[in-house]
Write a protein of this length. Structure first.
Length: 90
């Protein structure tokens, strides 16, 4: 005899969370092109990969977030090469 009900996830929760991660990845990737690209770029990549792994319905948004995260790191690398520092300034 069980005293508690078995733990079950609500239907649709997993995909809704994955969809949210895909959107967050896209937004952080866009913001990372302007500010804090050293932090926001890798975060966008990780969120995009996690949302794709969880089976998001917004695959295009997740791939865009991943691409923007990579672009963030490439922009950082370009500015570091131009400025010869670990950050860029105006």
């Amino acid at each position: 005899m069980q005293l508690t009900a078995p733990a079950t996830a609500r239907p649709g929760t997993r995909t809704r969370d994955a969809d949210g991660m895909a959107v967050a990845s896209f937004i952080l990737g866009l913001l990372g092109l302007l500010v804090f690209n050293v932090f926001l770029g890798p975060t966008a990549i990780v969120l995009a990969a996690a949302s794709l792994w969880r089976g998001t319905g917004r695959k295009g948004r997740a791939y865009l977030g991943m691409g923007l995260g990579v672009a963030d790191l490439l922009v950082l690398l370009a500015f570091m090469q131009m400025d010869s520092t670990l950050s860029w300034s105006f």
